[in-house]
Write a protein that binds this ligand. Sequence first.
Ligand code: AGP
Length: 612
Amino acid sequence: MCGIVGYVGKEKAAPILLDGLARLEYRGYDSAGVCVADGSELRVCKAKGRLQNLCGLCSDGETLPGKLGIGHTRWATHGEPNDINSHPHLSQNGKIALVHNGIIENYAELKAYLMKKGIHFVSDTDSEVVVQLLEYYYKRFDGDLMRAVYRVLATIEGAYALGIICADRPDEMIAARKDAPLLLGYGDGCSFIASDATAIIKYTREVSYMEDGEVAVLTADSIRVFDAHHEPIEKEHHTIDWEISAAEKGGYAHFMMKEIMEEPEAIRRTISPHVRDGKIFFEGLCLTQEMLREMSRLYIVACGSSYHVGMVCKYTFEKMLRIPVEVQLASEFRYCRPIVDDKTLVIIISQSGETLDTMAALREAKSLGARILSVVNVVGSSIARESDDVLYTWAGPEIAVATTKAYATQLILMDMIGLYFADLLQAIPKEAYSALVEELQTIPDKLERILDQKETIQYHASKYFNHSSVFFIGRNLDYALGLEGSLKLKEISYIHSESYASGELKHGTISLVEEGTLVLALSLYSPLLEKAVSNIVEVRSRGANVLALTTERDRKEISKNADGLIVVPDTMEMFLPSLGVLPLQLFAYYVALERGCDIDKPRNLAKSVTVE
Ligand code: AGP
């Protein structure tokens, strides 16, 4: 969603801000803007639409002087996407500028209050309230900006990451956060703020993550951080351990394809630290065998694709561990009075570690006494920091909005967690456990074999890309996998697509199948092969074109009935979705390519969803 970058240093700020904003484009946005301090004047430039519009307006930053500035990419929530609603926002007298990520919940009441005091608003945003309130208190407190900032923070309700500059202080930037990510970057003779490290990694790898309630004051040579009571605090410094090339396309036409191609390696990186002598270890995990034994219920809570990982794990975990597994959408969790207590383990899955609904669910579960284990890709993210235990997927930065390698690594890490629990609880025989751990390590090579046949998948996509409606059908693990295949297709190709448990077809859905309907029949799960075949026959006899996904073992049987076939190597049941998802991601990619879609930045979507 919205992105923030701020710079104070010895170089011209505007080109650095625009470069940072370009690296934040992947988060999803509909307008962008920058504000620089030109001596004692603040100069704002903003534009609706793609960043190139903004770059055009200010000749790539050339026309904007000044060595201090803030920039923003906006994903509209309050007020339509247009130039005026874009950030940065200026206060009425033009002396204070602000960028904001998050939502100010009590903005309407504050706006009414300020309007009564004669303050004139120009935008429809909740964010403008913050900058107008700042000016109001700045004047009331005789130019004591920090006092005004603290007063404003005590008044506003909601979530925010803020970057603030003031014309009276052309060498200083102020940052504050609550429930929205913001990091501080320590450069050589310069300092940064950013909503994620991608924006500033070209300039520095040394960062600190701001915590809720903290306020930072940045100059070219120093960053001072204060707690909610304005007491100075020391921040831990972290070093970003990935290369800038990880966030660049590296010769691929799209990040999505690059990230799909990286899956085997990302999975190797996720598996290898935890497997030794045929066993899975999670060193540093505070969750003990005793705690696990006492757990009566397991929840998996997440959104979108991460939720689909949970859907797969419901099948695999329940079968292996024989404990009830509830998979819940994070956006529903806190509103459904979940049955959670101190005997509940809640596994939170999130690539970004910043999804607001997921974060809120985590806090709800924690307040009810549950133990939280999170599976996260972004090191140091809010979800990682608030969990009792965190395990990282080592997918590296994922830039395409549609997740691919992050989903793949989440799934494999969850399989490993399941196996680890099974070992601790002695839930499966030793031989079965060893065989599974052995097979786990073959998955990256098998994925490489699938990537070798990507032209076959491209061929199928070129045949079917014109369909306006697609159904994914399957049973058990195949059903859970279909949910992700369908989401992938609809989010980047804009084709309407649904995923159904095949057994449900006859209960209503089959009425939608007609001559030429495209059905992706997933039949990886061998125990239900016969049923998969009969469902394929059913839809074909009503005119559907069936593109089937199956394994080497079952290819003969399935090929007799399908119009097209995609085959993945054989593996043990648990790992079938890990192999099966790759062709579905490739299929969605090639279909979107044929349709000329904006693959990495699909319309209306954002990479990390930091509003409710
Ligand atoms: C899928 O391609 C999406 N990007 C989306 O569904 C995503 O999985 C969801 O928003 C959850 O994000 P998270 O894993 O960062 O919490």
